[in-house]
Design a protein around this ligand. Structure first.
Ligand SMILES: *[C@@H]1O[C@H](CO)[C@@H](O)[C@H](O)[C@H]1NC(C)=O
Ligand SMILES: *[C@@H]1O[C@H](CO)[C@@H](O)[C@H](O)[C@H]1NC(C)=O
Ligand SMILES: *[C@@H]1O[C@H](CO)[C@@H](O)[C@H](O)[C@H]1NC(C)=O
Ligand SMILES: *[C@@H]1O[C@H](CO)[C@@H](O)[C@H](O)[C@H]1NC(C)=O
Length: 746
C-alpha cells in the first residue's frame, strides 16, 4: 500500500514531478532558479543583470528574454529561466552566479484545539496584536469566509507595503485579509484551479484561519466539533501568497516569488504548510528563502511532513525554521456499527449520514469480485474489481487499500462501507458516503459474522464526538532523526494537527472524491499542515508582546515553554514531538531566551562542512565566507545556540562525549537567579557549568557549558532523553537533551 495514495485523501497530495519542456532542438528544458552573488544592488540593475547574463549565455538578447521567466528583485537577487541542462551548467560557471537550482515541485502537506492546549479565548492580549501580519504560503484563500471578516479592524499597520486586487472569482481584501497575491510563473493554466488568489482547494483557507481567523460562533461540521472557531491571534492580519496549484502543486519558482514578495511587503511571521525537499541547506529553496526572511527579522514556521511514522522522515529541518509535528487532541469521532445479531462495534471517522433503515444487507468485498482474478483487489474495494449487481443496496466490508473506497462503493450503488485497517486509527477522516473505519479485531468479528449467516445485515450510525486520551503524536506526523544534520533535533515542537475544525472554501467538496456533493463553510482536516499554523499564530502572539525580538528569540520562547510529552505514549520521544506540546500562554514570558543572529547559523554551517561559497548564497554576500577564519576548530555541538541538545552516538565506539556551549539572555525580571536542574537518563552523564546563572539586569547574557556522555550500549533504544531546566523564582526554561543511538535507526 503506497503512502502517497494514503495521503491523497484528507492531507491533500501533490506529487513531486519535474516540469519537462521540450526546447526547439528537442533538447529537454527545465525551469531553473539562478541565485546571483551580489544582493546589494538596486532593483533595476538586478533585473538588467539577469538579462545580460542570459544574453551572454544564449548569444542574443531576444533568446535571453525568451528564456527568462521571472526576476526576484525585492528581497533576493535571483531569476528563473527555462534552460537545458548544459546551459544550466554553463551558467553556474559564469561570473556573478552564485548557484543554479533545478525547480522542483513540492506537496502540501479550530475550535477545541486552542482550549485543549490551554489557550482560551480570554487569554491576555496586547493591543499591538493588530499590528502583526502573518504571511501564509498556500493554495489561496476564501475572502468572503466569516473567519476573515474585519469587524472592528482599523486600517493595516503603516509598515504594510503589500497589495491586494480584485481577481477572477476573488472579491478582494479587507482590513483583516490585507494582502493576496498569486504566483504561477510557468504560465501554464492549471486545470481545476483559477488564476487568482482564490482557494479552490480549501487547504489555504483552513491554515490561514487557524493561524489568525476572527472568532466565528457555532462553527461545526455535521453538528460535530461545534464551538467558536478562531485563530491564535484573532486581531492579527493575514496576507495570502498563493504558490500551490490544484494540479501542478507548489513549485520552487513560485515559492521563492512568494517569499520575495512577503519579505518586501512587511509580514512578521511566515506560515508554510508545504513539503520540503532533502537538499542541502544552501541549495533547497525553502531553506534559502527562509534564511533571507530570518535575516530580515521574520520567523518562518513550517510543517514537519506527513511521512510518519517512518524514522528520519522529517522535512523543513533547517535550523532557522521552526518545524512542527502534529499531535492529537482529546476529541475523537466515532460511529457505531450494529450487526444483525445485535453486536455493536465502534469505528472511527467523520460520517455525517443518518441511516434511513434499521439494517442493510452486508457483504465482504472479496466475496463480490467481478471475477476470480480480481478477488484480492476486491478485498480492498479497488475500482473496477467489484460486481455492481452484488454491491447495489448493500454495505460492503473492505480492507484499507487507498482512500476513497467509500466513493467506489457509492458509485456502484452500495449503501455504505466498513473499512478495516490497522493504521491511521488515530486520524478520523471525512467520508463522502456512509462509512467508518474499524480495527482488525472488529474487522474479523464482522467478517466472521458475514460468513456465519445466510442473510447478514448491519448498519453504520452517524458519527459522534467522543473524548479520547491525548496528547499523542499522530501516526502520519514525520519523525526525526534530522536527515540534514546530526547536531540539531527535529521536529522542534508538536501542536494540534488531528481533526482540526477551521474555515473552508465553497469551491471544493469536503473530500474531493468523485461523487461527493458535500460542501461546508467549515471542515475538519488533519496533517502537520494544520499543526503549523497553530505555532505560526503563537509566534505572532509572542511577537505582539515583544515586537523587537529576533526570530530565534521567538522560537526559543515557544520551545522552552512547551509542555513535556510522554515518551511512553510516543516511543521515539523527542524524535516524535521535539520539545513537546505547544503552550502559547507561557511562551510570552519565557524568562530566558537562546538567541541567535545570522552569523551564528553561518558558523554552524561552517562546522557542518558547508563550503564558504555555498554559504554565501544563503546570506546573499558577494564574497564567499571564509570558514577557516571564522572559527576555532570546535566540535559541532558547540556551534549553535539551539534551545535543544542532541548527541548522536558514534557507532560501535565506547563513550561519545558532546560539549554544548550555550548562552541565554535575560528577558524576565532584571535581577534573577537561575539554578540548573538536570535530569539524566540511566547510563548518561550530564553536567552543567556553572550551575547557577545570576542576572542583574535585562538583556544580560550568560554562558554555560553542558557536557553529555554516553556509551554506545547505553540502552537498546533509538533515543534516551534527559533535560536541562533553568529554574528561577518565576520561570522554568526547559531544554530536552537527547541521546540518539544510530544502531537502532532501522
Ligand atoms: C469564476 O468566475 C467565472 C466568471 O464569473 C464563472 O463563470 C466561474 O464559474 C467561476 N468559477 C468558479 C469555480 O466559481
Ligand atoms: C478494536 O475496536 C474495538 C471496538 O470496536 C475495541 O473494543 C478494541 O479495543 C479495539 N482493539 C484494539 C486492539 O484496538
Ligand atoms: C557497555 O560496554 C562497556 C564497554 O565498552 C562495558 O564495560 C559495559 O559493561 C557495557 N554495558 C552494558 C550495559 O552492556
Ligand atoms: C559517568 O560517570 C561515572 C563517574 O564519574 C563514570 O564512572 C562513567 O564511566 C561515566 N559514564 C559515561 C558514559 O561517561
Amino acid at each position: 500500500m503506497s503512502r502517497c495514495l494514503l495521503l491523497v485523501y484528507g492531507f491533500i497530495l501533490f506529487f513531486i514531478t519535474r516540469g519537462h519542456l521540450l526546447g526547439v532542438k528537442g533538447e529537454i528544458k527545465n525551469y531553473y532558479i539562478v541565485f546571483l552573488s551580489d544582493q546589494s544592488v538596486n532593483k533595476e540593475s538586478k533585473a538588467n543583470t539577469h538579462i545580460s547574463l542570459l544574453s551572454a549565455l544564449k548569444g542574443s538578447e531576444l533568446d535571453a528574454k525568451k528564456a527568462h521567466v521571472y526576476s526576484y528583485t525585492k528581497s533576493f537577487n535571483a531569476f528563473a529561466a527555462k534552460l537545458s541542462e548544459s546551459e544550466a551548467r554553463d551558467l553556474s560557471g559564469m561570473d556573478g552566479v552564485q548557484s543554479v537550482i533545478l525547480n522542483q515541485y513540492r506537496k502540501l502537506h479550530t475550535t477545541r484545539s486552542w482550549d485543549f492546549i490551554g489557550f482560551p479565548q480570554t487569554a491576555r492580549r496586547k493591543k499591538l496584536e493588530s499590528d502583526v501580519i502573518i504571511g501564509v504560503m498556500d493554495t489561496g484563500i476564501t475572502p468572503q469566509s466569516e473567519s476573515f471578516n474585519d469587524n472592528g479592524f482599523g486600517p493595516p499597520p503603516a509598515k504594510w507595503k503589500g497589495s491586494c486586487h480584485h481577481f477572477a472569482n476573488f472579491s478582494g481584501c479587507n482590513n483583516k485579509l490585507i494582502g493576496a497575491k498569486y504566483f504561477k510563473l510557468d504560465g501554464n493554466p492549471d486545470p481545476g484551479d483559477i488564476l487568482s488568489p482564490v482557494d479552490t482547494d480549501g487547504h489555504g483557507t483552513h491554515t490561514s484561519s487557524t493561524a489568525a481567523g476572527s472568532p466565528v460562533h457555532n462553527a461545526e461540521l455535521f453538528g460535530l466539533a461545534k464551538g467558536t472557531a478562531r485563530g491564535a491571534v484573532p486581531s492579527a492580519r493575514v496576507a495570502m501568497y498563493k504558490v500551490c496549484w490544484a494540479s501542478s502543486g507548489c513549485s520552487d519558482m513560485d515559492l521563492l516569488a512568494g517569499f520575495d514578495a512577503a519579505i518586501h511587503d512587511g509580514v512578521d511571521i511566515i506560515s508554510i504548510s508545504i513539503g520540503g525537499l532533502t537538499g542541502a541547506y544552501t541549495s533547497d529553496t525553502m531553506s534559502v528563502a527562509s534564511f533571507h526572511a530570518m535575516n530580515k527579522g521574520i520567523l518562518t514556521v513550517a510543517s514537519a511532513g506527513n511521512d510518519g511514522p517512518s524514522l528520519g522522515s522529517v522535512t523543513n529541518h533547517a535550523p532557522w525554521l521552526l518545524t512542527v509535528a502534529a499531535s492529537g487532541i482529546d476529541r475523537g469521532f466515532q460511529s457505531k456499527v450494529v450487526l444483525g445479531n445485535g453486536k455493536t462495534l465502534t469505528g472511527i471517522g467523520i460520517n455525517g449520514f443518518n441511516p434511513k433503515q434499521k439494517l442493510y444487507p452486508i457483504t465482504s468485498g472479496a466475496d463480490v469480485a467481478i471475477n476470480s482474478e480480481s478477488q484480492e483487489s476486491a478485498g480492498f474495494c479497488l475500482e473496477n474489481t467489484l460486481d455492481p449487481s452484488k454491491v447495489k443496496g448493500k454495505l460492503v466490508e473492505c480492507k484499507l487499500g487507498t482512500w476513497g473506497s467509500d466513493s467506489v462503493i457509492k458509485g456502484l450503488g452500495g449503501v455504505g462501507t466498513i473499512i478495516e485497517s490497522e493504521v491511521f486509527l488515530d486520524t478520523p477522516m471525512i467520508f463522502m458516503a456512509p462509512a467508518t473505519m474499524v480495527n482488525s479485531t472488529a474487522g474479523e468479528i464482522i467478517s466472521k459474522y458475514i460468513h456465519s449467516t445466510r442473510s447478514p445485515s448491519a448498519v453504520i450510525h452517524k458519527s459522534e464526538q467522543v473524548k479520547v486520551s491525548a496528547p499523542f503524536v499522530a501516526t502520519f506526523s514525520s519523525r526525526g532523526p534530522n536527515p540534514g544534520t546530526k547536531h540539531v533535533l527535529k521536529p522542534d515542537i508538536a501542536a494540534p494537527g488531528v481533526d482540526i475544525l477551521a474555515a473552508y472554501t465553497p469551491l471544493h467538496t469536503l473530500t474531493g472524491l468523485q461523487g461527493d456533493t458535500q460542501y461546508s463553510k467549515f471542515t475538519i482536516m488533519s496533517g502537520t499542515s494544520m499543526a503549523c499554523p497553530h505555532v505560526a499564530g503563537t509566534a505572532a502572539y509572542v511577537k505582539s508582546f515583544h515586537p523587537n525580538w529576533s526570530p530565534a528569540a521567538i522560537k526559543s520562547a515557544i520551545m522552552t515553554s512547551a509542555r513535556p510529552m510522554s515518551s511512553r505514549v510516543n516511543q521515539n520521544a523527542e524524535l516524535d514531538y521535539g520539545v513537546g506540546q505547544l503552550n502559547p500562554r507561557r511562551a510570552v514570558s519565557p524568562g530566558l531566551i537562546y538567541d541567535m543572529d545570522s552569523m551564528s547559523y553561518v558558523q554552524f554551517l561552517c562546522h557542518e562542512g558547508y563550503d564558504g561559497s555555498s554559504i554565501a548564497t544563503l546570506i546573499g554576500s558577494k564574497s564567499k565566507i571564509d570558514c577557516a577564519s571564522l572559527l576555532p576548530p570546535l566540535v559541532s555541538e558547540d556551534a549553535i545556540n539551539y534551545p535543544t541538545m542532541q548527541l548522536t552516538l558514534k557507532k560501535k565506539k565506547g563513550i561519545t562525549t558532546g560539549i554544548f556551549r550555550r548562552s541565554v539572555t535575560n528577558v524576565g525580571h532584571d535581577k534573577s537567579i537561575y539554578n540548573a536542574n538536570i535530569r539524566a537518563p540511566k547510563g548518561v552523564n550530564i553536567t552543567v557549568e556553572p550551575t547557577t546563572l545570576s542576572f542583574s539586569h535585562a538583556s544580560q547574557r550568560r554562558s554555560f557549558k553542558v557536557t553529555v556522555s554516553a556509551n554506545f550500549n547505553v540502552s537498546k533504544k533509538l533515543v534516551v532523553s534527559g533535560s536541562l531546566i533553568w529554574r528561577s523564582c518565576c520561570n522554568i526554561v526547559r531544554s530536552p537533551i537527547v541521546v540518539v543511538n544510530p544502531q537502532y535507526e532501522s
